[in-house]
Design a binder for this molecule. Structure first.
Ligand code: BES
Ligand code: ZN
Ligand code: ZN
Length: 474
């Protein structure tokens, strides 16, 4: 779907369809011309409620309140209706606060129109459709917001494509190839390291997780370095292109959807794509640990003790807690090779416990710096993503002590699994960076099993919008 921003006063009545957002369920509002018909159709104007009136060629859609979320859901719903027709153009007017509503309309439309058809053998002929957003003033300022929102939403969709691709079509080498494409397109520096590098540089935790796979693990490092950057940021992503659980094999029902265990890494790729295109004035490093967790004679085992890059030893009691092992070495790699870091954030579909604890819509944010955590939560909400902060404490920290190594990869308690995973990672954050680090557990929202809002079934691209917002706020 093509999106354009137009001056409302310069061009009129040239669109096939008019989309009308019905605010606050107010069917008496000025802009509603088909009042009687809507009443007869039992249209109430609730969220995700839309009707297409072919006679007047209008789509009415409910928008329960004038907020980013409701506007984005409303336009996504309307766009989906528009996509069921053969009409070529549709228009929608910006709401009263034009700049606020513009972001929601652009992002909601692009995210809502997303479909993933790669594996459908019948290729439907796509109708080229266009949605025109009509503004009444400040076209110059609005066009900046428009362009920015397009970049962000398209980066989210790029990430969704990566994550939705099956594990046999998207393994570590392919992830590196996609990263190289992003680097080339945006003029970024890139390094890709394989298994030899991991062994030589004592990244034995990450190396061991990928040992039983037929696909070699890849450590991907992208850098965006504008002139005179104001800050230096490191973004790290868990890129498990498949998580079978390893020898602590997942039960069948839990294994399905584990192609999405690369969501953190794919989000980092999407973030770098967006950051470079937005030309943010900060230096950003994107580091992805791309690994496949499989079984086989060469698999790492419960009872192994692995030594991470910083020398800490890890007792393995469950090979399904593999993401934290990959991230441990990636965190060390970042802190060893990048000097004077201002912030270091990691993104991972790390624990089922996060999903149980906060629900499938919400990201759990952890770290040692409360102020930074709350800033991240508020940026997420501002950007249209759900997030909450989870608290560390000294007792849960003790739960990952090991009898025979420095730390254990699973806790000795059934409770607080998202937090104990975060505390495990804290072992690999160096003292000077403790306050600069945040951990984002996106296990809940990264992959959508039942469509919600503007997210169809499949990958959501969680983490990108909140991070762009946070980077702008820092
Ligand atoms: N990738 C999973 C976590 C996950 C679960 C992500 C559900 C998305 C949806 C992770 O590697 C894992 O298996 N974690 C274990 C940890 C446990 C063994 C301590 C889990 O959450 O059960
Ligand atoms: Zn796992
Ligand atoms: Zn995993």
């Amino acid at each position: 779907m093509k999106l354009t921003l137009f001056d409302k006063n310069s061009k009129q009545n040239e669109y096939d369809i008019e989309i009308i957002l019905v605010l606050n369920k107010d069917l008496e509002a000025k802009n509603i011309k088909d009042r009687a018909l809507l009443k007869n159709l039992n249209f109430k104007g609730g969220d995700e409620e839309a009707v297409f009136l072919p006679e007047s060629q209008r789509i009415y859609v409910g928008c329960e309140e004038n907020s980013y979320e409701c506007i984005a859901i409303a336009i996504a719903t309307a766009v989906k209706k528009f996509q069921t027709t053969q009409f070529k153009t549709a228009c929608v007017e910006l709401l009263e606060d034009e700049s606020e509503s513009l972001k929601a309309l652009v992002e909601g439309a692009i995210l809502g129109a997303y479909t993933f058809k790669k594996y459908k053998s019948k290729k439907e002929k796509e109708v080229k459709q266009e949605l025109v957003l009509l503004a009444s003033k400040d076209l110059k300022k609005l066009s900046d917001i428009f362009n920015e929102s397009v970049i962000i939403a398209e980066s989210v969709n790029k990430t969704r494509d990566f994550v939705n691709t099956t594990p046999d079509d998207f393994y570590p080498k392919i992830m590196a190839k996609e990263a190289k494409k992003i680097a080339k397109e945006n003029d970024l520096e890139i390094e890709v390291y394989g298994q030899k590098y991991l062994q030589k540089n004592k990244m034995n935790a990450m190396y061991s997780v990928g040992r039983a796979s037929r696909h070699e693990s890849k450590l991907i490092h992208l850098s965006y370095k504008p002139n005179n950057p104001k800050k230096k940021i490191v973004l790290i992503g868990k890129g498990l292109t498949y998580d079978s659980g390893g020898l602590s094999l997942k039960p069948s029902d839990f294994m399905v959807t584990m192609k999405s265990d690369k969501s953190g890494g794919c989000a980092v790729l999407g973030m770098l794509n967006a950051i470079a295109k937005l030309k943010l004035p900060i230096e950003v490093h994107g580091i992805v640990g791309a690994v496949e967790n499989m079984i086989g004679g060469d698999a790492y085992k419960p009872d192994d003790v692995l030594k991470a890059r910083n020398g800490k030893t890890i007792e393995i009691r469950n090979t399904d807690a593999e993401g934290r092992l990959v991230l441990a070495d990636c965190l060390c790699y970042a802190q060893d090779t990048i000097k004077d870091i201002d912030y270091i954030f990691d993104y991972a579909t790390l624990t089922g416990a996060s999903v149980v604890g906060v629900g499938e819509y919400t990201t759990s944010i952890m770290g040692n710096n409360s102020k930074l955590k709350y800033k991240a939560v508020s940026s997420a909400l501002q950007a249209g993503e759900y997030a909450t902060s989870l608290p560390f404490n000294r007792f849960l920290r003790k739960a990952i002590k090991s009898e025979i190594a420095d730390v254990c990869n699973v806790a000795n308690t059934r409770y607080g699994g998202a937090i104990t995973a975060g505390l495990f990672l804290d072992n690999f954050v160096y003292d000077e960076n403790k306050e600069k680090w945040l951990h984002f557990d996106i296990a809940g929202p990264a992959f959508v099993e039942k469509a919600w809002g503007y997210n169809p079934h499949g990958a959501s691209g969680a983490g990108i919008r909140m991070t762009i917002e946070l980077l702008k706020a820092l």
